[in-house]
Write a protein that binds this ligand. Structure first.
Ligand code: HEM
Length: 402
């Protein structure tokens, strides 16, 4: 039992550079160990089987706003490190449990159906082509700022129905909220996203369109979700929908470092699908997922996490669990990635996973087809990752196009 050990911080520069090594060290003696995250004590769990069980357990909760009194006082260690996020912006499906979670999720599932996605493909392809038209061989560019981010945010903005005037801010605000350097940057990003949601509610009421935000507003007007739930759902879409940028950026970094893999992909483009899954397994955009808690103790092999404690599951570590994946630290597009946890698992598994896969596949294939001889300006091991406990995102990916 490790209760007497000082909690490890999941926000050090070593964790940012090598989350896998840190998480491995944290849980080297037991399947769960105490860590400090954003001023809270939590229990990190890193084993594949344990994480799957926890994520699928219907008794696990995420609604910290509803259960604040039960959860916060027992887990907060250093309040000055904890960002104060407005309760009214945490009422979406991401932060809810049971019937409320199912109600809010069911209002969105049709938006991500196979038919809807098939309809999006042509516009994703034309957005991608327009971005690539701006590049010239021999030029130096940053593939995060100039390709991955604008692509994912344009696709999302089109889907949501964001007007041109509101497209500039949210990519930066979601980045600040999820990977800000300081508590005030995180709070500022969250506030600005919430303000954007409120502006969009007012706009879509004045000028409804054939878009996702308008459809959700109609469900609200018919009583399907309240005002806080509506604004919070907008915010979660601004955030979740930006995630393909992470997979595209990291994916390009991994592939450009492996010209032999690029060659194979271009010769057999049907392999791009497998490459996308391996990218999301190998460098999971979520190092750890938002915490869960339960009214019951969670019994793992040799450790019992008491009821009411915050539990932090780590898909990044699970996806590199040698008991589940052979030679897990090797990037291998031929491996069987089925069951990886990069898109989560259980009731909160990613709702936009198919869209994320589609965007990433189109983005990688289009870029590598046009610029197959592109070279990173430095070694992959020297690329800087953004700070923060939860997300694994590259700061930038400087390359010479070729
Ligand atoms: C490569 C891209 C993506 C990755 C790796 C990813 C990953 C994830 C993960 C791991 C979760 C689970 C969170 C948890 O269990 O606490 C999640 C949830 C979610 N994602 Fe994604 N995501 C991606 C793309 C998208 C896109 C494009 C959208 C929408 C436009 C989206 C919308 C959502 C939503 C709404 C949830 C909350 C589901 C719920 O709580 O029931 N995601 N995502």
């Amino acid at each position: 039992m490790t209760a007497h050990r000082r909690p490890e911080y999941l926000s050090t520069s070593r964790y940012t550079a090598d989350p896998y090594g840190v998480l491995r060290d944290v849980c080297d003696k037991a399947p769960a160990a105490q860590v400090e995250v954003n001023g809270f004590r939590m229990w990190a769990v890193t084993g594949y089987d344990d994480i799957r069980k926890i994520l699928a357990n219907p008794g696990m909760c995420k609604d910290i706003v509803e259960h604040r009194k039960k959860v916060v006082p027992r887990s907060i260690i250093r309040p000055e490190y904890s960002a104060k996020l407005a309760s009214e912006s945490r009422r979406s499906l991401l932060d809810r449990d049971g019937p409320d979670h199912r109600r809010l999720r069911s209002q969105l599932t049709g938006e991500f159906s196979a038919t809807r996605l098939a309809g999006l493909r042509p516009s994703i392809e034309s957005t991608t082509a327009a971005l690539l038209d701006r590049f010239d061989p021999g030029e130096e560019t940053d593939l995060i700022a100039d390709y991955a981010l604008p692509l994912a945010t344009t696709v999302l903005a089109d889907l949501l129905g964001l007007p041109e005037t509101e497209r500039g801010g949210f990519p930066h605000w979601q980045m600040s909220m999820l990977t800000g350097e300081s508590v005030s940057e995180v709070e500022d990003g969250a506030n600005r996203l919430h303000q954007l949601a409120l502006r969009m509610i007012a706009l879509k009421r004045r000028e409804p369109g054939d878009d996702l935000l308008t459809r959700l507003l109609r469900i609200h007007d018919e009583g399907g979700l309240d005002a806080d739930e509506l604004a919070s759902t907008y915010v979660v879409l601004f955030i979740g929908g930006s995630e393909p940028a992470t997979a595209i950026g990291t994916g390009l970094a991994l592939l450009l470092d492996r010209p032999e893999v690029v060659e194979r992909l271009l010769a057999s483009p049907e392999l791009f699908k497998d490459a996308v899954e391996e990218i999301v397994r190998y460098e999971s955009p979520f190092k750890v997922l938002p915490p869960r808690f339960s009214d019951e103790p969670t019994v793992l092999d040799g450790v019992t996490i008491p009821a009411g404690e915050l539990i932090l599951t780590a898909p990044s570590a699970a996806n590199r669990d040698p008991d589940r994946f052979d030679d897990p630290d090797t990037f291998d597009i031929d491996r069987d990635t089925r069951g990886h946890l990069g898109f989560g698992h259980g009731p909160h598994r990613c709702l936009g996973a198919e869209l994320g896969r589609l965007e990433t596949e189109i983005a990688l294939r289009a870029f590598l087809t046009r610029f197959p001889r592109t070279r990173p300006t430095g070694p992959l091991s020297e690329l800087a990752w953004r700070p923060g406990s939860f997300m694994r995102r590259l700061h930038s990916l400087p390359v010479v196009l070729g």
